[in-house]
Design a protein around this ligand. Sequence first.
Ligand code: MCA
Ligand code: AMP
Length: 455
Amino acid sequence: MLTALTGVFGDRGDAVSVAGRAASYEDLLGAAGAVAADLAEWGPVPAFAVTATATLETVAAVVGGLLAGVPCVPVPPDAGPVERSHILRDSGARLLEVDFARRAPAPGAVASVADDPALILYTSGTTGVPKGVVLSRAAIVADLDALAGAWQWGPQDLLVHGLPLFHVHGLVLGVLGALRTGSRLLHTGRPTPEAYAQAARAGGSLFFGVPTVWSRIAAVPEAATALSGARLLVSGSAALPTPAFRDLERLTGHRVVERYGMTETLITISGRAGGQVAPGTVGTALDGIATRVVAEAGAEIGELQVKGPTLFSGYLGRPDATAAAYTGDGWFRTGDIAALDGEGVHRIVGRASTDMIKSGGYRIGAGEVENALLDHPRVREAAVVGVPDTDLGERIVAFVVADGVSGGELTDFVAARLSVHKRPREVRFIEAVPRNAMGKPQKRLLLEGEERHRT
Ligand code: MCA
Ligand code: AMP
């Protein structure tokens, strides 16, 4: 699966560079071999976990898991105790410490089959605690090969990004994609405009970012212009605002290609290198993927549903939730509202539920943040929503009924229990959460006066 590590593309000292430290494929394979040897010594475990900092250690851990045939659970490094213990308990994963200086020969081919789980990624639902999304080796390979075709991505490329290594975007596309296609990888540590510009000057050809990253680059013209020598700029994880698209086109000469996906489906739809790219559209279905938009009679927009070899194997230990994610005739329900034109080009126009928030490209379930707030002794009621934000796409706003506590204290409380990016950026104190006759919160009333994002 990791073609680059088999020597077919040759090797060089800076094949993989993460946050300022570089390694050759041989170094990486040796460090991953040591991880695989540790896992073999443990004996059978359902999975192993790694604190997924943006480091070579995380890359070695993930590769080592693939070599050993043991699924890896990347844990967000800033996850607070509540989120971290949920992930470890739910997955049964044992935490592994990686020392990149250690080397061991890679084990011979493990008796893994394509359907074996490779990664378990935790992602938020609308309510409750995050679920483990089980991704097989076969799904990952199918997705990376389809993307390599769509983006003409190969060993001639230097891939650049600075995304977190515990989600599909940064880890599956951003690390395993480089190791599958043989493109060199330069991970910038943080996705700042200055770091992307510097990587472009160092020969970066293919750049990945979430819309927040692209908007921030567009706001720093000297950084943006440095990207004009790149081959392809790709945006995903949330909708790229048209003003950012236009600014980047003016400054870099590139029309940013958008692609669309989910943790559960991997990337299913994308623009093509050298193809037509219109702002606000995410392109056509990748090879092997089928999509449909299920609209009410007479409507042009409806729920986007997908099928294909890149789909997940299920939510870990949650057959009920897995079944509920599919239609009776076997299509995965994305929960996104989309439009499809006669050429097969998709436009994502919003989400079916107000309880799923996308902030900085991170998916955050309102229910998880509400539960964290309700754990605070001074909070009696909480309703969390996403409000349009020019930088983050949506920002998390918490409406709370509480006294004797400040907004800043509540923000810190959530940041410490969950992950920093799940913290409300704003806390508004109210008398009562508006509810319907059934007692269900009427979040749309709280949002009145706020212009909805992605309309
Ligand atoms: C601020 N900080 C705090 C607090 N307030 N820390 C603790 N308590 C507080 N109350 C600190 C943090 O520690 C951090 O410090 C700093 O503030 C910034 O925090 P953050 O909110 O993370 O930064 P940001 O600037 O708002 O981040 C923007 C970002 C980030 C870099 C674009 O949102 C990002 O990396 N997004 C990528 C998400 C992603 O990869 N999604 C893919 C999902 P310090 O600076 O020291 O760390 S996969 C997916 O969606 C599908 C498959 C797809 O289509 O790709
Ligand atoms: P996640 O599970 O974190 O992978 O988030 C998946 C969600 O991100 C999708 O259901 C969409 O709502 C959103 N998303 C991903 N890519 C795009 C895109 N290019 N445009 C709009 N929304 C996107």
